[in-house]
Design a protein around this ligand. Structure first.
Ligand SMILES: Cc1cc2nc3c(=O)[nH]c(=O)nc-3n(C[C@H](O)[C@H](O)[C@H](O)COP(=O)(O)O)c2cc1C
Length: 316
């Protein structure tokens, strides 16, 4: 029987402390929300069950903040807080106050977008769309990228004012937009958003700097980070991880160091992108705790907390 001597010990994340190292992974579900993006009573009860169960931290599922460039997808239940700000805030305060009653902290997860993973969204470069590879994505202009960053910062500020303890940025994982900016296979830009690794992380840097400027430097900001893509190319998965054409763990360690330098307070990790979906949401044939050897390497490269799920967490 494996033992976890640190599991129930408190942990510092930026300016806050969580009571133990048990964290709920973000799960996007439109069932939490009413027609204006507000949390319903049922949705709040669903989240509270996790707080009652003893978790130290809950990270909510992704909502894209952008109201301008890629219009909010109301059908997906992806309604940004800015759509009906007062209705959203009233429900969010009811949620965060009740979560806090159980000594649990809660992070809001805000996304930049999905790029080539959705048919109607723009991407860093002209990329084959995931569901329609014969078509190429439209390319985001510099102004559109800046606009998307602005909406993330604004949404983080709203989350703080509604009592959330921190935010997590969605996502440099699963091949979503920030992942597309980071990986050379999907970023051929020649402006400040492309080029060497540090330039490919410009969005990530401007996001955290902007949030810290309006929410304070102690307000925790986490990055949802994929540690290995497991692809040989677009729509070419690599089950054994060889011939990696996306991001490998060595590059992830460099990314982690830069994210820490930029001001990120936590890395919430998993692996895989849509093109290798069996690593994103692993079926039974993928060994339990399959990410641990990667997260151990990443943790050795950074000084901030790294979250990854172990075999035991999966069984809980
Ligand atoms: C239906 C579903 C929805 C998910 N929604 C989100 C999300 O909104 N944000 C996010 O960062 N991860 C999301 N995930 C990823 C999970 O948090 C988790 O990383 C994934 O299930 C793989 O588990 P692992 O991290 O133990 O490998 C989702 C997964 C599933 C199956």
């Amino acid at each position: 029987m494996k033992s976890y001597p640190n599991l129930m010990k408190p942990l510092q994340i930026g300016g806050i402390q969580i009571k133990n190292r048990l964290a709920v992974a973000p799960l996007g579900t439109n069932r939490l929300y009413g027609p204006k993006g507000e949390y319903t009573d049922n949705g709040i009860e669903y989240i509270l069950e996790r707080a009652r169960g003893g978790f130290g931290l809950i990270v909510l599922g992704n909502v894209v903040g952008d109201m301008e460039v890629d219009k909010p997808n109301i059908v997906d239940g992806q309604i940004p807080p800015s759509y009906a700000p007062n209705t959203w805030k009233e429900s969010a305060i009811r949620l965060t106050e009740r979560v806090h009653m159980y000594g649990c902290k809660i992070f809001y997860q805000v996304g930049m977008g999905r790029g080539r993973m959705r048919n109607n969204e723009k991407a860093p470069s002209a990329l084959p769309k995931y569901t329609n590879p014969d078509e190429l994505t439209e390319v985001l202009t510099e102004e559109e990228i800046e606009c998307k960053i602005k909406w993330i910062i604004k949404t983080a500020q709203m989350a703080k004012s509604a009592g959330f303890d921190g935010v997590e940025i969605h996502a440099m994982h699963w091949g979503y937009l920030l992942d597309q900016f980071e990986m050379t296979i999907s970023n051929q830009r020649t402006d400040r958003f492309g080029g060497d690794l540090e330039h490919r992380l410009t969005c990530a840097r401007e996001i955290v700097e902007g949030i810290k400027a309006v929410c304070g430097k102690d307000f925790p900001v986490s990055m949802r980070l994929g540690m290995k893509s497991y692809i040989r190319g677009f729509r070419q998965p690599s089950l054994d991880g060889t011939q990696e054409a996306g991001r490998d763990i060595e590059e992830t360690c460099e990314v982690g160091k830069l994210l820490e330098k930029f001001g990120y307070d936590m890395l919430n990790c998993n692996s895989g992108i849509y093109d290798s979906f069996y690593y994103c949401a692993p079926p039974a044939y993928i060994p339990k705790g399959h990410n641990l050897h990667l997260s151990k390497q990443l943790k050795a490269a950074v000084n901030i907390p790294v979250f990854a799920r172990d075999e035991m967490m999966i069984r809980i």
